[in-house]
Design a protein around this ligand. Structure first.
Ligand SMILES: Nc1ncnc2c1ncn2[C@@H]1O[C@H](COP(=O)(O)OP(=O)(O)OP(=O)(O)O)[C@@H](O)[C@H]1O
Length: 737
């Protein structure tokens, strides 16, 4: 029998993952364990999330039968097989796994399992709420059923999400410090334990027998112990700070190294703010390591030692302490899961918050031009509202946990005090023992609280590690590398029946059956209307994406599997959306110099070809002037010329220019194109351009339309044809006359 009560739940790791997380839950329900990353890749996720078609594609790829329907609420409750995925508030996917006459059980990857009343569920699910007639009220649902293939497939990944064990290899290199801290912790704990005995002696021997000298002695002893305790604590904190910072830097550095190895397609589906948030999440690991991780050891030893001392002083008091602490921990543990859910939510909202403010900052020009300040501010405020609501819920939960916990602790203290006082009156224990137990109880509050902090810190750190793990588990772009020396190759670049689509199998093909030879040492131009796939073709040539079908070869050697870094080190590229770093002109041009050794000759050639000698001379600090972000802002044309200089400086065998001269004035373009003609000699060049002046000297011109090659030839041949190319450049031809 199917037991819905144990329906497996998986949380989405970022805002766009809801579809993949729903699919993962359904697979897990049918006892198959796919990773979210695998499913998100299959569903062709983008920064906007995943589409229904994408979800169907992924489900079918893993052997599920799919049926996407708009159905009435009545059918959802009574007729259809569950679990199914439903569309939620028009922007989110959730799984419905159980229904009855009054409730609908939903597994929401952003929140957890939720039970809704019918009315509440309808609010989130119906897409035509405004319709009065009940029979017209429908919502979207996607039904998935496993076929035999689903069970026979072997491609599921049984990988578990990363947990705190992820930190172990990082800690291993700091073993020495860990040992030192542990020894310190032990010393501290034993010092702590001596205090109650001193208190007992002070009262039972010093005060009772009016022995002032003994009191002095005990006080001096206490002072020495206190000073050594403070000293050990200071050293412990420094050591932990040192270690946690080191570990933290190592984790972030590994994260960055990994991130830079990921394929461009990964960045297509991730928001930058989400990745930044993951780096920020490291703070939680840092806090956990430096503040809570080893303090908990200290706390545990303290609880154990004080417990034992209490047991020695009075067994009944110890029993009360044991019962009280057990109750206290049970209470604390009740909140851990709920707080973790809110913590996930808070992090998601932080990403949204950051994105919304960055949008306004980046788009301030458009905001002003369109007078959309209020609209954008309202949007930002609505995000703030959500952030605030989550903060309120988190605080409420935290306060309930802390206040309830403190209440239990205080209750335990009162009972212990009462029982101790009673025992003194009855003569079962001395006054010294009572004061010593009071001291112990007072001292126990700190370790108990730090234990709570540890539980909470560990949960937070686990979430951070899980989120980082999601990136660390993505496959790198050069999985099976092989290298042949590209610069030695005398062969042409050949595209053989190449097709390509972004996203999932149901997305349209952006390039269709492209067969093309890009001759070695010649200039090939690609022209075509906007959106015809020119940039995509270039990105395929640069190995940013692999063709969906067909192959790209250099001579008879396939580019697939060729080490991307090696290939790109031979390519000079100016992209349409090329980026200038907030750095000096010099460093921007010499970006390809990893060892900071600047080749002056190449630099001069680069600035000459890009015609920026005069511009650089006029800059306040010449080559060392900082560009953008608080430095000099460049015009669109100057920006492009720096990018051209960067590509030329690299001195590559292959050059790829995507609208590299589109912002230049006619004069500059003429000069630069003349310079480039000289530079192009002996190099394989691919130019994408709309301007006739840029393409007409090309040895070969390719005309793309809707992802297909529709014409091929040189300028004269194509103009004579009077077909597509002619139409594309006709106006410019007339101008040329
Ligand atoms: N990262 C992406 N994800 C999904 N679709 C994309 C992506 N990049 C481009 N496309 C789509 O692919 C199609 C071709 O885009 P491409 O940028 O290659 O055209 P183009 O010919 O270079 O256009 P333009 O001349 O305007 O630069 C467009 O319809 C675009 O929407």
């Amino acid at each position: 029998m199917i037991r819905f009560s144990s329906f497996p739940f998986f949380r989405q790791l970022d805002q766009m993952d809801c579809g993949a997380a729903c699919l993962k839950m359904i697979c897990a329900f049918y006892k198959k364990n796919y990773s979210i990353q695998q499913l998100r890749e299959m569903s062709g996720i983008t920064r906007q999330g995943v589409s229904v078609l994408g979800l169907c594609d992924a489900a079918e790829q893993i052997g599920m039968k799919t049926l996407a329907l708009n159905i009435s609420f009545e059918s959802l409750v009574n007729d259809v097989p569950l679990p199914c995925i439903v569309h939620w508030r028009q922007r989110h996917f959730v799984v419905v796994y159980k229904t009855d006459d009054q409730h609908i059980w939903v597994a929401d990857p952003a929140f957890g399992k939720v039970k809704y009343t019918h009315a509440k569920f309808l609010e989130g699910w119906l897409y035509n709420k405004k319709t009065k007639k009940e029979e017209e009220q429908e919502g979207f649902a996607l039904f998935l059923e496993p076929s035999a293939e689903f069970y026979n497939r072997e491609d599921q990944v049984a990988g578990r999400p990363l947990d705190l064990r992820f930190l172990l290899p990082y800690l291993r290199s700091h073993k020495q410090i860990l040992y030192q801290v542990m020894i310190g912790v032990l010393i501290l704990s034993f010092i702590q334990v001596v205090f109650p005995f001193l208190t007992k002696a002070l009262v039972d021997k010093g005060i009772r027998f009016n022995n002032l000298n003994f009191v002095y002695l005990i006080l001096a002893g206490q002072l020495v112990l206190f000073l050594s305790q403070t000293g050990a604590e200071i050293v412990r904190r420094w050591l932990l700070l040192y270690m946690s910072k080191r570990v933290n830097i190592a984790i972030v550095s590994d994260f960055l190294v990994k991130m830079m190895k990921l394929p461009i397609a990964f960045f297509d589906s991730k928001m930058i703010t989400d990745l930044i948030q993951r780096i920020e999440d490291q703070k939680q690991i840092d806090t956990f390591l430096s503040n809570t991780s080893l303090s908990v050891l200290f706390s545990l030893i303290n609880i154990l030692l004080f417990g034992t001392v209490l047991c020695v002083f009075s067994f009944p008091l110890f029993l009360i302490f044991l019962a009280g602490s057990t109750l206290y921990f049970t209470w604390i543990m009740l909140f851990v899961k709920k707080r973790a859910v809110l913590s996930y939510k808070r992090r998601d909202e932080s990403v949204e918050n950051r994105s919304s403010i960055l949008e306004i900052m980046h788009g301030i020009q458009e905001v002003k031009l369109n007078n959309s300040e209020r609209r954008r501010r309202w949007e930002w405020e609505s995000v703030q509202n959500r952030v605030y609501n989550t903060a309120v819920k988190e605080l409420r939960l935290e306060q309930l946990q802390v206040v309830g916990g403190n209440f239990l602790l205080q209750l335990m203290n009162i009972i212990i005090t009462f029982v101790a006082a009673w025992s003194v009156i009855e003569g079962r224990i001395t006054l010294g023992v009572m004061l010593a137990t009071q001291y112990i109880i007072g001292q126990l509050a700190t370790p108990l609280n730090s234990f709570v902090a540890f539980i909470h810190g560990a949960a937070e750190a686990r979430i951070s590690i899980e989120r980082i793990g999601e990136v660390l588990n993505v496959e790198e772009e050069d999985k099976q590398k092989h290298t042949f020396d590209v610069s030695d190759e005398e062969n042409d670049l050949v595209l053989d029946n190449v097709s390509f689509r972004y996203g999932s199998a149901s997305s349209r093909l952006v390039l269709k059956n492209i067969s093309l030879t890009i001759p070695r040492g010649k200039v090939t131009a690609i022209v075509g209307t906007s959106g015809s796939g020119k940039t995509t073709l270039m990105k395929l040539l640069l190995k940013f994406y692999d063709p969906t079908s067909g192959s790209i070869n250099l001579g008879d050697k396939s580019l697939e599997g060729l080490d991307s870094r090696h290939w790109r080190s031979n390519c000079g590229v100016v992209m349409q959306d090329g980026f200038i770093f907030a750095d000096t002109v010099l460093r921007n041009i010499t970006e390809s110099d990893n060892d900071y050794t600047i080749d002056k000759e190449r630099l001069q050639q680069a600035v000459h070809v890009a015609n920026i000698e005069d511009m650089i001379e006029q800059l306040p600090s010449g080559y060392h002037t900082n560009l953008s972000h608080g430095g000099i802002a460049l015009s669109g044309g100057e920006y492009q010329r720096v990018l051209i200089a960067r590509a030329v400086y690299k001195g590559p065998a292959f050059l790829f220019f995507d609208e590299a001269t589109s912002s230049l004035d006619a004069n500059n373009e003429k000069v630069i194109m003349e310079n480039l003609q000289e530079f192009f000699k002996g190099r394989t060049v691919v130019i994408i351009a709309h301007r006739l002046s840029t393409v007409k000297h090309a040895d070969k011109i390719i005309v793309l339309d809707k992802g297909e090659i529709i014409e091929e030839g040189d300028h004269t041949e194509l103009v004579a044809l009077k077909q597509h190319y002619f139409k594309l450049v006709k106006n410019q031809l007339e101008l040329g006359k």
